[in-house]
Ligand binder design. Structure first.
Ligand code: M6R
Length: 614
């Protein structure tokens, strides 16, 4: 996600800030900016879209002097990636500047109130709302910066890590956090700030990790002070950082892929935040409100995507058809674009893409658009080419995905498709209200169940060496779990280079069963659902041919262990959400097998994260 850097001391801030921003580049971002208070008392803010190098170029002829400053790399959540929306943001008077990570959920309400008081906004961000609110409180109530921040933070709902400076007080940075990390580095008569320790470790190993709800008062020449939002002074827990840079970037995980697998419960909460109400019984998607007529008049939905996003689309098809009773087709974007497809005016085309830059998906969108379809995007990268080319859409908000093997984007895509299907079903009255509420509620429980599923990591790590010998593997599933079988196989192929195929379990007897022998690992998703008994029969067919079965089962299952060599137990959920839970052990399996084989998990051979060519 976004990155924060700050400095106050006796050195020039700009080079430290820029070096810090570069350190945070691994997190992915779309724009960057810096603010310094010069010796003459000017608060200079400079911002640029794209890489930190663009910012450096932009600052080339500017006054970057000053020994206090804050800097930011942005991963857009509100407002397109642009210099205008990049941080830092000035307050109305230009006395204050703020940087912020996280999402202010009630920003729209606060913005409306501030606008009613004559405050004009210069960006589309939730962040600017916060700095304007702080200044509004400062002026209206005649409070100090610290007091105003305290009052403002009481009014905001959401997650934040912020740093704020006031040009009238060039010896102070106020920083605060809630659900978004923030670290203060303590040097000799200088302080550093970072969203993790990577921008700090070159200068000091003494750090304080701010805790949720705490505010740091960083004043030059004074001890660091940490207080709660209520103003109570907190004990300073100074820690010594003893980790290398690579470790910090990966949050202590060995690879980005593992980090991203473990991030999924949090990612799905972010994905649902502001879309499912606090009672957990109603979903609202802004696209549904803004384009109600176009979406409700869909006679058919066509999903176009590639790779993992296509697998998410296959799950989306089942959700849309069973909950909304709208015919839905799923197409490989690369095939769709070249096969002269029939596209009708009342079609809604859903384009799914993590990167938002996949060339085939983009071309499929253009083709469908030319033929009059309404285009809905489901993307992760804000402001990328695909969200720009679509009529509307929903971001999955899972943060930058760095590992080439897609993990958290897949579950984010399935979550958005679930929310979309629920919205459409409610509007079309295709499911009873009680069932609608039950499904929404269950969706809100998925992050907790994912946490449980992640506990299989140790077991899977121990199992992985058993499979490294394999040259081929088969993944079987039925219903909602069939696309997951495809996804499990894709994960294994791309990072371990073991050939793997996913199949609908019952289809096996029409061909692939010929491949089964004692050297062929077969992974079966056999969670409890309508087709459970049938999947047991499919497992027996594999066993009868000497196949080695590893089954993913629902907790409490007593039947499958009789037929399987290994079982991995998962929490129960509704059938339609089983792929969200069962994807975790399959991702972990691919990961640990690839690690055992010594493969470059995050950068597998021949693959690119963003496929911008045909
Ligand atoms: O960025 P996109 O979702 O459009 O990318 C589509 C595929 O290239 C992508 O899902 C690919 O299959 C992944 N490497 C799978 O892990």
């Amino acid at each position: 996600m976004c990155g924060i850097v700050g400095y106050i001391g006796t050195k020039q801030a700009y080079p430290i800030l820029i070096k810090g921003l570069k350190r945070l580049e691994y997190r992915g971002y779309d724009s960057a900016g810096v603010a310094m208070i010069s010796a003459g008392g000017d608060l200079n803010v400079y911002k640029a879209k794209g890489k930190v190098d663009n910012l450096i170029e932009y600052c080339g002829d500017k006054d970057v002097s000053g020994s206090i400053g804050i800097a930011h790399t942005r991963w857009a959540t509100h407002g397109e990636p642009s210099a205008r929306n990049a941080h830092p943001h000035y307050s109305r008077s230009h006395n204050l500047a703020i940087i912020h990570n996280g999402i202010i959920e009630n920003y729209a309400d606060i913005k409306t109130k501030l606008q009613a008081n004559g405050i004009e906004f210069r960006s589309d961000t939730d962040t600017e709302v916060l700095v304007q609110l702080v200044e509004y409180i400062m002026v209206k109530k005649n409070l100090s910066l610290l007091e105003s921040v305290q009052v403002a933070l009481h009014q905001v709902v959401g997650a934040y890590a912020i740093a704020i400076v006031d040009k009238r007080d060039p010896c102070q940075i106020i920083a605060a956090r809630k659900q978004s990390p923030l670290v203060v580095g303590i040097g000799e008569n200088e302080f550093f700030l970072g969203s993790d320790a990577s921008p700090i470790i070159d200068y000091t190993d003494k750090v304080v990790y701010l805790e949720d709800g705490n505010i740091a008062v960083i004043r030059l020449g004074e001890e660091l002070k940490v207080i709660s939002v209520l103003g109570e002074e907190q004990d300073l827990k100074v820690k010594t950082v003893d980790i290398d840079l690579g470790q910090i970037e990966k949050g202590g995980y060995k690879h980005f892929m593992l980090k991203e697998i473990f991030e999924q419960p949090e990612c799905l909460k972010n994905c649902m935040r502001g879309r499912i109400n606090v009672e957990g019984n109603h979903v609202t998607l802004s696209a549904m409100i803004d384009y109600h007529r176009q979406l409700l008049s869909a006679k058919r939905i066509v999903i176009v995507a590639c790779g993992t996003s296509w697998h998410a689309g296959l799950i989306g098809k089942q959700l849309i058809e069973s909950l909304c009773r709208i015919p839905c087709e799923v197409e490989y974007a690369s095939e769709f674009r070249y096969r002269n497809p029939v596209v009708m005016k009342d079609d809604v085309v859903i384009a799914i893409s993590q990167s938002g830059e996949t060339a085939d998906t983009l071309a499929a969108i253009h083709l469908a658009k030319e033929q009059g379809a309404f285009i809905y995007g489901i993307c992760n990268a804000i402001g990328a080419s695909i969200p720009r080319a679509t009529d509307t859409g929903t971001y999955i908000h899972v943060g930058p995905e760095i590992g080439v093997a897609s993990t958290k984007a897949f579950t984010g895509q399935v979550t958005v498709l679930s929310m979309l299907a629920l919205c459409l079903a409610a509007e079309r009255n295709t499911i009873p209200p009680e069932l609608y509420q039950q499904i929404v509620k269950e969706l809100t429980l998925i992050p907790g169940k994912m946490e449980q599923a992640l506990k299989t990591n140790g077991q899977i790590e121990n199992l992985a060496p058993i499979f490294t010998y394999a040259r081929n593997c088969l993944y079987l599933g039925r219903g909602y779990n069939y696309p997951l079988a495809l996804e499990g196989a894709l994960k294994l192929k791309e990072i371990s280079y073991i050939h793997a195929e996913g199949y609908p379990a019952a289809e096996m007897k029409h061909g692939p069963i010929a491949l089964i022998d004692s050297e062929m690992p077969v992974f079966v998703i056999a969670t409890r659902d309508r087709l459970y008994e049938k999947v047991i029969s499919n497992i027996q067919e594999v066993r009868a041919r000497g196949g080695r079965v590893t089954a993913l089962v629902t907790e409490g299952d007593t039947q499958i262990q009789k037929f399987a060599d290994h079982i991995i137990t998962l929490p129960d959920t509704l059938e339609c959400f089983q792929p969200l839970i069962a994807s975790i052990p399959l991702q972990l399996l691919a990961y640990h097998i690839a690690v055992c084989k010594g493969k470059d998990v995050d950068r597998p051979r021949n693959l690119a994260k963003s496929v911008t060519v045909e």
